[in-house]
Design a protein around this ligand. Structure first.
Ligand code: CP
Length: 302
C-alpha cells in the first residue's frame, strides 16, 4: 500500500501525469458518480487551506465517498502533544486514504513511510504540492492544447513557493522555456536549476516582470509566502514586488493565460479578473476533476 502514496511530483512519470490528466478529463465530463461508495478519505490540515481541502472534499462527495478529518490541528489531540506518527497511525484505522497538509518539509514523506494507508501530500512547507501541480498541468493543457514546447513565466516567490517547485519538475518533461521573475531574495533555489541544467531545459532569470510577459504562453503568478519568513521586515521588503495589472496584458500573446494557485493577496490586480486571459478561478475548478482522478488512481477504483 505504501508505494501508492503521492508525496512528490517526482513519484510519477510523464506517462502517469498524462494518465491522470486523461482521467480528469473524463471526470470533467461526468463528475457525479457513485464509485467511491464505502470509501472514507481523511483530510488532515495542519496549515490553513481553502481550495485544496475543499476541492478534495468536493471530489470525494461527488463520487459518493465519505470525508473525515480536521481543518485546524488545534481542534485535534495534536493540541495535547500527540505526535504526527501517532496521529497518522490512528487516523489510518478510520480511513482508506489520508490527504495531509503540514508546515514541515518532509512530513508527508515521513507519514507515507509509517502509514498503512496511502498518503497524498497536500503541501509540506516550502517543498512540494503535487496535486496542485497536476491540476496546473491539466489547466495548461486545456488552455494551450498541449504541454510541449511552451514558454512559462513563473513570477513572485520562487524560493518558498512549493507550487512552482512541483510545476518546474513536471513541466521539465515537456521541453519548456522558463522565465523566472522574482526579487533577488526569492530566486528559484539552485537545486531546481540543477534539475533543469541536467535535462538541458532553457531558463532565464529576471527581476522585471514586463520583460517576460510578451513571449509567455503561461504567466504563473504566486503569492509571497509570508508564513515562511522568520523576519517580518524581510517580508515587508518584497511583499509587493510584482503586481500584474490589466494594462500589462495588452500586447501579450492571444493564447496566453494567467494562472495562480491562489490565494492571492495583491499580486494580481482586481482589474485582471475580467480579462479573458485570467484563468485562475477555472484553474481552481479543475482541481476537483484532477483530484477525483488522483484519488481513484491511488485507491485503484475504476
Ligand atoms: N492552491 C492552494 O493550495 O490553495 P489553498 O492554500 O487555499 O489550499
Amino acid at each position: 500500500m505504501k508505494n501508492k502514496s503521492l508525496v512528490s511530483i517526482s513519484d510519477y512519470s510523464k506517462e502517469q501525469y498524462l494518465e491522470i490528466l486523461n482521467l480528469a478529463a473524463e471526470f470533467e465530463k461526468n463528475p457525479v458518480q457513485d464509485i467511491l461508495k464505502g470509501y472514507v478519505v481523511a483530510t488532515l490540515f495542519f496549515e490553513p487551506s481553502t481550495r485544496t481541502r475543499l476541492s478534495f472534499e468536493s471530489a470525494v462527495n461527488k463520487l459518493g465517498g465519505r470525508i473525515i478529518g480536521f481543518s485546524d490541528a488545534g481542534t485535534s489531540s495534536v493540541q495535547k502533544g500527540e505526535s504526527l506518527k501517532d496521529t497518522i497511525l490512528t487516523v489510518a484505522n478510520y480511513s482508506d486514504l489520508i490527504v495531509m497538509r503540514h508546515p514541515i518539509e518532509g512530513s508527508a514523506r515521513f507519514a507515507s513511510e509509517i502509514s498503512p494507508v496511502p498518503i497524498i501530500n497536500a503541501g509540506d512547507g516550502a517543498n512540494q504540492h503535487p496535486t496542485q501541480c497536476l491540476l496546473d498541468l491539466y489547466s495548461i493543457r486545456k488552455t494551450q492544447g498541449t504541454l510541449e514546447n511552451l514558454n512559462i513565466a513563473l513570477v513572485g516567490d520562487l524560493k518558498y513557493g512549493r507550487t512552482v517547485h512541483s510545476l518546474l519538475v513536471a513541466m521539465s518533461e515537456f521541453n519548456p522555456t522558463f522565465n523566472f521573475i522574482s526579487p533577488v531574495e526569492l530566486r528559484m533555489p539552485e537545486a531546481y536549476k540543477i534539475i533543469l541544467d541536467r535535462k538541458g531545459i532553457k531558463y532565464y532569470e529576471h527581476t522585471n516582470l514586463e520583460d517576460a510577459l510578451l513571449y509567455a504562453d503561461i504567466v504563473y503568478m504566486t503569492r509571497v509566502q509570508k508564513e515562511r519568513f522568520s523576519d517580518p521586515i524581510e517580508y515587508e521588503k518584497v511583499k509587493n514586488a510584482y503586481i500584474l495589472r490589466n494594462s500589462m496584458l495588452a500586447n501579450t500573446k492571444e493564447n496566453m493565460r494567467v494562472l495562480h494557485p491562489l490565494p492571492r493577496v495583491n499580486e494580481i490586480a482586481i482589474d485582471v479578473d475580467s480579462n479573458p486571459k485570467a484563468y485562475y478561478f477555472e484553474q481552481a475548478l479543475n482541481g476537483v476533476y484532477t483530484r477525483q482522478a488522483i484519488i481513484c488512481k491511488i485507491l485503484g477504483v475504476k
